[in-house]
Design a protein around this ligand. Structure first.
Ligand SMILES: [Zn+2]
Length: 251
């Protein structure tokens, strides 16, 4: 499989250097994964990388604004279908010439999240399930921590040899990375439980207890609070945390 990357010019604390648009070269057509934000220069950069090749299909890992919007214009130009959840679901195969990609439904970061597995090379396009660096956002209410952990397990089952993430560089040693991602979430869960042992609290106060030493700035703290709420929902559903109005406590 030959893969090329075009990085969109949308760097931020959440998108890293920018969104990765992946071009899987096929014969006679290419497949584009995650066209990115609707941006003229990014569209021109993708066309330049395609070097005249036709696009047979456009696959989108999830509908967030840094991954999906350019799909419509790119699809129109190439008369190519845009495929994403729920048109594609767990196990569905996209085959175009020599390109074969299997969809894995991997909710958690977003409820409509898919990864795409190229089975021969066990290469996985991971969208925002796993990033090349740092950790991904699981934000309540669309983000679902229990689903996210299941999705990491789903990816581990595939025993991937390389990950092509939605942001930052490819992950050449996926298994330790996936284990690290799981450990990070489970460690965070332990921190939430320890913070609740100090006494009942609402999610804003809990966020300060858990993240104060790591994060400063209102905007990042608010984002952290949404992640913390995703942890709380999982813990409440598991009966490990009690919720009453806006207050959380240990049972
Ligand atoms: Zn996303």
């Amino acid at each position: 499989m030959r893969v090329r990357r075009v990085v969109a010019d949308n760097p931020s604390p959440y998108t890293g250097p920018g969104t990765n648009t992946w071009i899987v070269e096929g014969d006679p057509v290419a497949v584009v994964i995650d066209p990115g934000p609707d941006d003229d220069r990014h569209l021109a950069a993708i066309e330049e990388r395609l070097a005249g090749a036709a696009v047979g299909a456009i696959l989108v890992t999830h509908s967030h604004p840094d991954h999906l919007p350019l799909a419509a214009r790119l699809g129109d130009r190439h008369h190519a279908n845009v495929l994403r959840y729920p048109e594609l679901g767990e196990g569905d195969l996209v085959q175009l010439g020599k390109v074969r990609l299997r969809a894995l439904h991997t909710p958690g970061h977003a409820s409509d999240h898919l990864c795409f597995l190229q089975e021969e090379d066990r290469a996985v396009f991971t969208g925002d399930l796993v990033l090349g660096k740092g950790s991904t956002m699981i934000t309540y209410p669309d983000g679902d921590m229990a689903a996210y952990l299941h999705s990491l397990d789903r990816l581990l089952e595939v025993r991937p040899s390389i990950l092509f993430p939605g942001h930052w560089d490819p992950v050449e040693d996926p298994l330790p990375k996936l284990e690290e991602y799981k450990r990070h979430r489970l460690d965070r869960e332990e921190q939430v439980l320890r913070a609740l042992a100090e006494g009942p609290s609402d999610s804003a106060e809990l966020t300060r207890r858990v993240y104060a030493s790591e994060i400063s700035g209102e905007q990042l703290l608010r984002a952290a609070e949404m992640t913390l709420q995703a942890h709380l929902r999982k813990l409440v559903e598991e009966g490990r945390v009690r919720s009453e109005g806006s207050l959380y406590s240990l049972p």
